[in-house]
Write a protein that binds this ligand. Structure first.
Ligand code: COA
Length: 194
């Protein structure tokens, strides 16, 4: 049964190139994960807020290494992408990335976390703006969606600060450790209408 709509972006749009390093500002960049980041990732997942909102914990160095190692394959198969948010010493202070990449629809969802020591200085907002700019202008994505629990006030501020317009609330749509959460949906469009 032939589709009547051509894919918005062809296969290979992401996976045919190496995952790039993306500059954000002096002292802050997005870079592909490396295996030697596993210790930093394990420490990050000790944060109760990261566990709470990403509904995962890491119990061993092996799990942390597997977490870091998964991203090369997910970049190649064009389903997701994750960057380490690297500080001036190139050490990871967070994660930002794309999930649920649909090249045919030129869309994806964004994901982010920042380690407690680096919070409150605009890092999440700046890296989300950088990733959004690259996704629209270099990749050709058309729509980026962002979803957070209505109880996650900080994430809502990040979304709004990075120009992701609120689109509504999906009631009781994602299960967290304490039960179902209403999810606030935001999105930004490449057309500039946010
Ligand atoms: C949410 C998170 C990524 C914010 O990172 P950050 O680098 O501190 O964010 P920023 O410094 O860019 O702050 C953005 C805005 O959020 C506000 N903010 C930050 N932490 C806040 C908090 N705990 N409560 C209320 N507002 C908060 C800031 O004041 C700022 O608001 P403004 O733009 O109106 O001035 C970080 O707290 C985190 O990793 N939390 C746990 C994981 C998580 O929630 N991930 C997102 C899941 S959807």
């Amino acid at each position: 049964m032939p589709l009547l709509v051509a894919p918005a972006l062809p296969a290979g749009t992401l996976g045919a190139q190496d995952q790039p390093r993306l500059p954000v500002r002096p002292g802050l960049a997005l870079r592909p994960w490396r295996l030697d980041d596993a210790t930093a990732v394990r420490a990050a997942f000790d944060c109760p807020a990261i566990q709470r909102w990403h509904v995962r914990r890491l119990d061993s160095d092996d799990e942390a290494r597997a977490w870091v190692a998964q991203w090369a394959g997910r970049w190649r198969d064009e389903t997701a992408a994750s960057w380490a948010i690297a500080d001036a010493d190139d050490r990871p202070v967070g994660q930002v990335g794309l999930r649920g990449v649909e090249l045919a629809e030129a869309s994806a969802q964004v994901s982010y976390w920042v380690v407690p020591a680096a919070r409150g200085r605009g890092v999440a907002t700046e890296v989300l703006l950088a990733l959004t700019g690259w996704s629209f202008t270099r990749v050709g994505l058309h729509r980026l969606a962002l979803e957070h629990s209505t109880a996650n006030v900080a994430s809502c501020r990040v979304a709004t600060g990075a120009g992701f317009t609120a689109e509504g609330v999906a009631r009781a749509s994602v299960r967290h450790a304490d039960g179902w959460h209403d999810m606030h949906r935001h999105a930004r469009l490449a057309t500039g209408s946010q």
